[in-house]
Design a protein around this ligand. Sequence first.
Ligand code: SAM
Length: 289
Amino acid sequence: MVATPIGNLGDLSPRAVQTLANADVIACEDTRRTRKLLSHAGVKPKVLMAVHDFNEASQVRAIVARLDQGRHVALVTDAGTPGISDPGRRMVAAAADAGHEVVVVPGPSAAIAALVASGFPSERFAFEGFLPRKGRDRAERLALIAGERRTTVIYEAPTRLRQTVEDLLEACGPARRVAVARELTKLHEDVWRGSLDDAAERLATTEPRGEHVLVLDAAPEPVAADDTDIERALLARYDAGDDKRAALPAVATELHVPKRRVYEVALRLGDRGLGDRGLGATGDLVDPD
Ligand code: SAM
C-alpha cells in the first residue's frame, strides 16, 4: 500500500519509488494518471492493473492469485494514502486473510495535512471522509458531528462544499470554528480559519475551486442546565402548544437532564403557561418513576 502525493510530486518518498520500481504488478485507480507519476519518478511498470471502487471486489481475487504465485503487488490510488476514502481496504483484508504480508509505505494524506494545518486539537480526532449525500443518513451524520467532542475532518468535492458548510452551520450553530483547507501542497494552497457563519458568507460570494478538506473544531462542553433553564424550556413548549405529557420528555431530551428533574420543576410550575390545557387528562403529569 503505497501513498502518493496529493498534489506536490516532491512528496513522493524515495521508499515509495523503490517499492514501485520493485513491484511485479502495480494496481492503481487510473492507469493514465499513475503512468504520469511513474514516468516522473523514472519507474517503468512491469504490469499495471486498474482497481477502482467499481471493480475492487473482482480485482482483489486476481491480485491475491498473483500474491499466491509469489509476486509483489504495489497498490496506489490517484492521490494520497490508499484505503482512506479510496480503494484499498478490501485488498488489505483479502491479502492478510490469505496469509500474505501487507506493508504500508506511508506518505501524504489530505486528512492529516488539513488536521495539522487547522490548528485545532489533534490529540484525538474523528475522520468522517465524505458525508452521506442526502436524506436521513446525512441528517443523522450532521447531528452526530454537531455533538462530536473531537476535532472532525471531512472531505468534500468543490461542487458540494457550499451546501455542506451551510448544513454544518445549521447543525452546529454559527459560532463553531472551521478550517477550510484548499489545494494542499499545491501552488494555490490556502487554509482559511474562522466561524461557520463567516465561512458560509465567504462561500456565498466565491465559487470554490480545487480540492478541499473541512476541519471542524470540537463541540463545546455542554453547560449543565439549571432549574431556570428547565422552567424556561417547559414554558416554551407549553407556549408552542404541548401539554405536560408531551413537554416533559421533550425537555429532558433537549437539555440532557433526567426526566425526574423536569418532573419536579413541572410540578412546581403547576398550570402556569398552560392556559386551559392545564386541566383534564392530557394535562396530568405522570411520575417518571
Ligand atoms: N486517499 C486520499 C488521501 O489520503 O487524502 C483521499 C482521496 S478522496 C477520493 C479525495 C478527497 O481528498 C478530495 O475530495 C478532498 O476532499 C481531499 N483532497 C485530496 N487532495 C487534496 C488536496 N491537495 N487539498 C485538499 N484536499 C484534498
